[in-house]
Write a protein that binds this ligand. Structure first.
Ligand code: CAA
Length: 385
């Protein structure tokens, strides 16, 4: 078993860490207070290849493996969680689906724009009444001459109103349940697509999320991705990758909080000594470091297995579950190390605490991850995993 990252990946990690520290971290607090979709820095990330990391070079991407992607995503998340969410969604869901299921024409039409960051992609699965129970979606794609007519509303769409491409899951056969769901690409400027106001959220304010409504939105046949009825399975397969991305993002947020607590415990004195000398502080720091390492190992293992062609449904859910719960633990414990200052908006720790919370909710709640792992335990039995 090899735990070292390659020299090449370590060099990329240093480059991205420097970039994120120089260009993203300094604007994170301001974006939190005055939320806006961070187009200028996203463009820079696009120039660096960070918005199409695993998209093949032939499609305009960086052509990296999943392990590289999670290492680099952690660096962006350590600087700002909102940037990491946008990065994870645009590359991990719409692009990954286009790479896996798009025909040559569809790949050529959309992937170079997405991978370069000229366009951002959004993923439209959740609906107001169908979050965890994703197969209960109601958005309808009714076959009409030359294509489909979409009607329905999607909820919590990261990049809503900002993204130029929407990967939409909709029912082509309402009687067939999950097997009646198909996937479509809808462009922002098509007739019949409108966006709600940005949701008012606890954290990750710059990762603007809105509802997206389709009202007799005509989608030509060549904008259906994959076959009719294949959309749900395709979406679940892409979430296997997406969830590894959210695990990496959780790690980045947690690492930022841990590093801040480590520095503070060294500087802050009480009762005549730096507070790190007291077990009340050093034990939580030890627990944070241990859980962070365990979360990183699970995340990188899931990525490593995916790169070797394994189905990683279980491992991705384990990584997402553990890393997001770790982010909750670490950001909370870091805030405690800071005492009253942790509760103040003058320090970044309360932002990490708020930003981390949603990692236990989106791309499948912790409860859904446990359902997925529980089911997969029996499916993987006898396969040596
Ligand atoms: N890979 C491939 N196929 C899969 C799969 C996977 N990981 N998971 C399920 N499938 C297949 C099943 O094999 C089944 O296929 P068959 O019809 O051939 O048997 C089909 O999909 C239906 O699967 P289930 O019977 O397991 O479906 P279910 O209704 O019981 O639901 C669920 C399963 C795991 C609970 C699913 O609904 C789920 O993951 N819910 C959470 C939804 C979610 O994660 N939403 C995230 C929204 S995106 C987001 O948050 C992005 C953002 O903006 C930040």
């Amino acid at each position: 078993m090899e735990f070292d990252l390659s020299e090449e990946l370590l060099a990329m990690q240093r480059t991205v860490r420097d970039f994120a520290a120089r260009e993203i971290a300094p604007i994170a607090a301001e974006l939190d207070r005055q939320p806006r979709f961070p187009w200028p820095t996203l463009r820079r990330m696009g120039e660096l290849g960070l918005l199409g990391l695993t998209t093949p070079e032939a499609d305009g991407g960086a052509g990296l493996d999943t392990l590289s992607a999670v290492v680099l995503l952690e660096e962006i998340a350590a600087a700002d969680a909102s940037h990491a969410t946008i990065m994870s969604v645009t590359s991990g869901l719409p692009q990954a689906l286009l790479v896996r299921h798009g025909d040559d024409e569809q790949r050529g039409r959309w992937l170079p724009r997405l991978a370069s960051g000229e366009w951002i992609g959004a993923f439209c699965l959740s609906e107001p009444h169908a979050g965890s129970d994703a197969a209960a979606l109601r958005t309808r794609a009714e076959p009409v001459p030359g294509g489909y007519r979409l009607n329905g509303t999607k909820a919590w769409i990261t990049g809503g109103g900002e993204a130029q491409l929407y990967l939409v899951l909709a029912l082509t056969d309402p009687a067939a349940g999950a097997r009646g769901v198909s996937a479509f690409v809808v462009e922002k400027d098509q007739d019949g697509i409108t966006f709600g106001a940005p949701e008012s959220k606890l954290g990750q304010h710059a990762a603007i999320a809105t509802s997206v409504t389709f009202d007799d939105c005509f989608v030509p046949l060549d904008q259906r991705l994959g076959g009719e009825g294949q959309g749900f399975v395709m979406a679940m397969g892409s979430l296997d990758g997406g969830r590894i991305g959210i695990a990496a993002q959780s790690l980045g947020i947690a690492r930022a909080a841990f590093t801040a607590a480590l520095d503070y415990a060294d500087e802050r004195e009480a009762f005549g000594s730096p507070v790190r000398e007291y077990q009340g502080v050093s034990f939580p720091l030890a627990d944070m470091a241990t859980r962070l390492d365990a979360a990183r190992l699970l995340t990188q293992r899931a990525a490593w297995l995916r790169d070797r062609g394994y189905r990683v449904t279980k491992e991705a859910s384990m990584a997402k579950l553990f890393a997001s719960e770790t982010a909750g633990f670490v950001t909370d414990a870091a805030l405690q190390v800071f005492g009253g200052y942790g509760y103040s908006r003058d320090y970044p720790v309360e932002r990490y605490y708020r930003d981390a919370r949603v990692t236990r909710i989106y791309e499948g709640t912790s409860e859904i991850q446990r359902i997925v792992i529980g089911r997969q335990l029996y499916r993987d039995r006898g396969r040596g995993r």
